[in-house]
Design a binder for this molecule. Structure first.
Ligand code: UD1
Length: 422
């Protein structure tokens, strides 16, 4: 199992390129299932979850591969798709596999998709996905751990009004893709507003879908008979950009994040500025400068445009060595403080009570061996390691590889002393 070895204490400086967004690329790879024509995605990040998704659609009969010369370009052809199934072996490693359900049902009138099962950061059920697709006319039974879904009669989903109990990102994406080929109008109330939703909607519109209101809490979709192929560029990864912002803010230094989208990171940038970092931005870059030890900031995770749960751990790493104390409240997932015990091993002072972590800033951390437990927790431990005195080893970085495109290489480019040990 690979580990990262970090010798902390260096300031970061230079330029780093932000990759395409994992959470846009995954639904967009599934959107290619909606058409028998070729789809080309540009700016697809090189990370494990994308490889898993390519395997998943490949297993269905889709021809899907990265371009040999430009690996961030992926070509998909779902003309020969003959097995609308997502097996447990693939789904268990990546919950986003549930995104295959909507497109498969919409195009083929049937799909068999494994239930995702447990996940380190909480139970994460898919009841809303099931309920929404049922209201569009699907019959879904759970058999042997699988969602066995079919559309009786014509085999075509019909438009519906769907109000989810909570805001769900992949749920909204599943409904948007299913509705694009359904008969009649679908209205999604309480829809997620994340930039990845907007990016997926723009791709679907390129394919001929009729969608309005994406980026707001009410999305309207008029179903069409068929969708065409398209070429689409995946939006920049705001969480990767936010992670680098926190790394530079915590370690001190100055960096330019090329292709970073500041307008997708308002809540995080506001907190960074309040902490004392300077952040400037243009349409295609973000520049951050920090003296190192900033002022701790309290925050509360909420749906977009609020502070993202996917940035909670990384910002906590900054609070851990900031001046003053802070209160971090996690409202989206029930078990997303697993980085806390590992940070404590590095010398952090954190008390957790339910959804709230109280962090008392300390002047220094000291390197140790720590274990990554999930994707964003891993990133937060890397940031802590960059700041800690001496040597930190982050074990189990397969979590990091699931969602970051060459993170240690990018950090080395900024002057960090970090290497992968096999
Ligand atoms: C997506 C992101 C993930 C991010 C999360 C919240 C992708 C591939 N993943 O995950 O990185 O952390 O949004 O911003 O885009 N819920 C239910 N029933 C459902 C669906 C959701 O109870 O059927 C609950 C979840 O357990 C959670 C909350 O709703 O507490 C929000 O989850 P959701 O937005 O669906 O997260 P994902 O789409 O899985």
């Amino acid at each position: 199992m690979d580990k990262l070895l970090i010798r902390g204490g260096r300031r970061l400086a230079g330029t780093v390129d932000i990759s395409g967004a994992k959470n846009a690329a995954l639904p967009e790879l599934c959107a290619a299932l909606l058409t028998s024509e070729p789809v080309t995605l540009l700016n697809v990040p090189r990370l494990q979850d994308v490889s898993t998704m390519l395997k998943l659609v490949g297993n269905m009969g889709v021809v899907a591969a990265r371009d040999a010369a430009t690996p961030t370009t992926v070509r998909l052809d779902a003309r020969q798709l003959d097995k609308p199934e997502a097996p447990y072996e693939l789904v268990k490693t990546m919950r986003a596999s549930v995104l295959a359900l909507g497109p498969l049902l919409a195009r083929f009138g049937r799909a068999t998709v494994s239930l995702p099962g447990g996940c380190a950061i909480g139970s994460r059920p898919v009841d809303q996905h099931i309920k929404g697709l049922q209201s569009m006319g699907a019959e879904i039974d759970v058999e042997h751990g699988y969602m066995v879904a079919r559309v009786p009669g014509s085999g075509r989903l019909r438009g519906a009004r769907i109000t989810t109990d909570m805001v769900t990102v992949t749920g909204t994406e599943n409904f948007m893709m299913a509705a694009a080929l359904a008969q009649g109008e679908t209205v999604l109330e309480n829809a997620a507003q994340e930039p990845e939703i907007v990016d997926l909607a723009e791709m679907l519109i390129r394919m001929g879908a009729r969608i309005e209101g994406h980026g707001s809490s009410r999305i309207r979709i008029q179903g069409v008979e068929r969708l065409t192929g398209c070429t689409h560029r995946v939006v920049a990864d705001r969480i990767e950009a936010g992670t680098f912002l926190c790394a530079v803010a915590a370690a001190g230094g100055k960096a330019v994040l090329r292709h970073g989208r500041a307008d997708h990171l308002d809540a995080v940038i506001e907190k960074l500025r309040a902490a004392g970092a300077s952040v400037d931005a243009g349409p295609d870059f973000i520049e951050v400068q920090s003296s190192g030890r900033l002022q701790a900031q309290s925050f509360r995770t909420t749906e977009y445009p609020g502070f993202p749960t996917d940035m909670q751990a990384q910002f906590m790493a900054l609070n851990v060595i900031a001046q003053g104390s802070s209160k971090v409240t996690e409202t989206i997932f029930e078990n997303r403080f697993m980085h806390v015990n590992e940070m404590v091993r590095l010398g952090a002072k954190i008390q957790v009570d339910g959804k709230v972590a109280v962090v008392e800033g300390v002047p220094r951390l000291s390197g140790a061996t720590v274990m990554a437990t999930d994707l964003r927790a891993s990133a937060s431990l890397v940031i802590a390691g960059l700041v800690a005195e001496g040597q930190t080893i982050v074990d189990r970085i397969y979590h990091l590889d699931r969602g970051y495109d060459q993170m240690e290489i990018k950090l080395r480019g900024l002057g960090a002393d970090i290497e992968r040990i096999k």
